[in-house]
Write a protein that binds this ligand. Structure first.
Ligand code: CA
Length: 230
């Protein structure tokens, strides 16, 4: 299999270099752009499998780039966002970004996110219907959930939320998307509905509901089903 290609769109030359070194060491083919304009043309020319997208670019808001990249390419888009800017992360996910990492980022964490994204691309092609997270197994084909040897009885909403997370394991799914998909567009502001369902799921699925390891909260953004595969 040829090396997977990653495009870095980042105006800070120091960060760009840091990323290039880490990505090349991990075996990826790397191209880089310092502006939005250059980044877009490289999406066409270099045909990357993934784009690491800084949102603070000199010539254009990185958020605008997400949709432009998504319409012209199949590339996974991972946004590199300022640490505490929750609304920016939410907007990025709503616009179609696949995941995000916060600055200052840990290179290992970033590489793990990339592996997850690539694994997800492959498993989508294979229509993965059995998802494992810790000792929990979610059978998306038969709407069945097991924990160890036991069948877990979930309410319909609990199942639907879990299934939505399990379809994109290890990646953050935004509150809005979960609410829209499970409750419908009229309820997309009702984060409290979601919290109640997540609490129920944790009680049924986690070893310790107070210290969850499967259903991970991304404060202000959404939830992630952690499979434990990295
Ligand atoms: Ca920047």
């Amino acid at each position: 299999m040829p090396a997977q290609k990653v495009l870095i769109v980042e105006d800070d030359a120091h960060i760009r270099r840091l990323l290039r070194v880490a990505l090349e060491r991990a075996g990826y083919g790397v191209s880089e752009a310092g502006t939005a304009r250059e980044g877009l043309s490289l999406v066409d020319i270099a045909k990357p499998d993934a784009v690491l997208l800084d949102l603070g670019l000199p010539d254009r808001d990185g958020l605008e780039l997400i949709q432009l990249i998504k319409t012209r390419s199949q590339a996974t888009v991972i946004v590199v966002s300022a640490r505490d800017d929750t609304s920016e992360k939410v907007a990025a996910l709503d616009l179609g970004a696949d995941d995000y990492v916060s600055k200052p980022f840990d290179t290992e964490e970033l590489l793990a996110r990339l592996r997850t994204a690539f694994r997800h691309r492959l498993s989508t092609q294979a229509e993965r219907v059995l998802v494992r997270a810790g000792n929990v197994e979610i059978d998306l084909d038969h709407r069945r959930v097991r924990r160890g040897d036991d069948t877990v009885h979930l309410t319909p909403k609990e199942y639907d939320v879990l299934a939505e997370l399990a379809k994109r394991p290890d990646r953050v799914i935004g509150h809005t998307q979960l609410l829209r998909t499970v409750w419908g567009p009229a309820h997309q502001m009702h984060v409290d509905y979601l919290r109640i369902v997540i609490r129920g799921l944790r009680q049924k699925l986690e070893e310790d509901a107070a210290a969850p390891r499967l259903l991970i909260n991304e404060p202000g953004v959404g939830y992630r089903l952690a499979t434990g595969e990295r």
